[in-house]
Design a protein around this ligand. Structure first.
Ligand code: FEO
Length: 395
């Protein structure tokens, strides 16, 4: 895709990855973009690069605006390889001695990724860099979502280059929120749930800090997906709401099954929840990707997990999901477990233990049945659903 002018003298020069479907365990059904930005000023500046495989595209896009050798400064807002993978090609092309600005942790982390001795300029939170007509301010956003992460703010243009913050894994010809409309929001939400959720308290602090600083923001330019120019407040407000994690009258029933017994229990629970006015659906772990399920967990008040017992343990997909969910740390949920077994039946207790470790309110010891659920077991599933429904907030 050609470079796109996003403001006077500022260009999107990134790359579109139409075909990526798995982004380190996150399902990217609609691909993604790696956004990089070129600022044409007295000092020509490149903000971020792209994944290594797309270096040619980045350099070709830059070349359509300016000879890459004329770039004076490079800013690396984030070390992760989808944004720094092309740094060696870029630095080689523009001249290895050009200054490279990054956070202190960025310096440390980039040095661990690349052996080149670039002219690193580690910056402090709040420090400024004058390009000519413009001044850039660096804002450290440590652990949003890596220790090296920072934002770069272009004061005169009121543009926030927000690294992974406010991004979405979405490949399209659209570059702006006014071109996608609200259809982009589910992508932004999924991105938040799978990348930023563990750092939700830091996001709330950051939004407070930015409000305190009175930073005017006309445009937010993330490193993935579309640019927020029509209504940047919309995504900031959505981040505040998602970070608060206020539980809704909603339950996510996640399960796997070997011979349909755990599945029958899952469906009984879901139907009973529905009768109690709870938004619920069964999510089979081999037909729903973990990254989609976690997006549903974001605003759910309850997570109910079912597993058959396999070889005295959890079914592997259930272990996978529990590991993933524990890492992302969704908080303040009601938890419950269920499942069938043949002869030992450990799975239900193992799930309950994991949920307790996540500080969830485990509402019941769990429902387990040997082999095939009978009417009594299905009644116990309905009872479990009723307990969950009673504990969930009223709509
Ligand atoms: Fe898009 Fe943390 O990299």
């Amino acid at each position: 895709m050609d470079p796109i002018g996003i403001a006077d003298g500022i260009f999107w020069v990134g790359a579109i990855d139409w075909n990526i479907r798995d982004f380190h365990g996150y399902s990217t059904y609609q691909g993604t973009t790696y956004n990089a930005y070129l600022i044409m000023d007295e000092k020509i500046t490149l903000i971020d690069t792209v994944k290594r495989e797309f270096a040619d595209e980045l350099i070709s896009n830059i070349s359509r605006v300016v000879d890459p050798k004329k770039i004076d400064y490079v800013i690396s807002n984030h070390t992760e390889m989808d944004h720094s993978g092309s740094l060696p090609r870029v630095m080689h092309k523009i001249g290895e001695g050009k200054p490279l600005y990054c956070s202190k942790m960025g310096h440390k982390n980039l040095s661990k990724h690349f052996p080149q001795k670039w002219d690193y300029h580690p910056v402090e939170n709040g420090s400024e860099l004058t390009l000519g007509k413009r001044t850039l301010t660096f804002l450290e956003t440590r652990m949003l979502h890596w220790p090296d992460s920072m934002f770069t703010y272009a004061k005169e243009d009121k543009i926030l280059f927000s690294s992974d913050g406010f991004g979405q894994h979405y490949a399209g010809l659209e570059r702006f929120d006014d071109q996608t409309g609200d259809a982009i929001m589910p992508h932004a939400r999924k991105y938040f749930a799978n990348i930023l959720l563990p750092y939700a308290p830091l996001i709330l602090k950051l939004v407070d800090k930015v409000t305190e600083m009175g930073l005017a923001i006309d445009m937010i330019c993330p490193d993935h997906g579309i640019i927020w120019r029509k209504d940047p407040a919309k995504i900031i407000n959505a981040y505040v709401e998602w970070s608060q994690q206020k539980p809704k009258r909603k339950a996510v029933v996640v399960y796997d099954t070997m011979w349909h017994s755990t599945e029958t229990m899952a469906e009984a629970i879901v139907h009973a929840l529905g009768e109690q006015g709870v938004d619920a659906r069964p999510l089979h772990l081999r037909t729903n990707h973990r990254s989609d399920i976690i997006t549903e967990v974001l605003d759910a008040g309850a997570v109910i997990i079912g597993s058959p017992t396999l070889n005295n343990g959890l079914f592997p997909t259930v272990s996978d999901f529990l590991t993933y969910m524990k890492g992302l740390r969704p908080k303040d949920k009601i938890g419950a477990a269920f499942g069938s077994y043949g002869w030992s039946g450990e799975a239900v207790n193992l799930i309950a233990r994991e949920l307790e470790e996540m500080k969830y309110h485990v509402i019941d010891p769990g429902v387990k049945i040997q082999y095939v659920p009978d009417d009594k077991t299905l009644d116990a599933c309905r009872e479990l659903a009723k307990k969950v429904a009673d504990a969930l907030p009223a709509e």
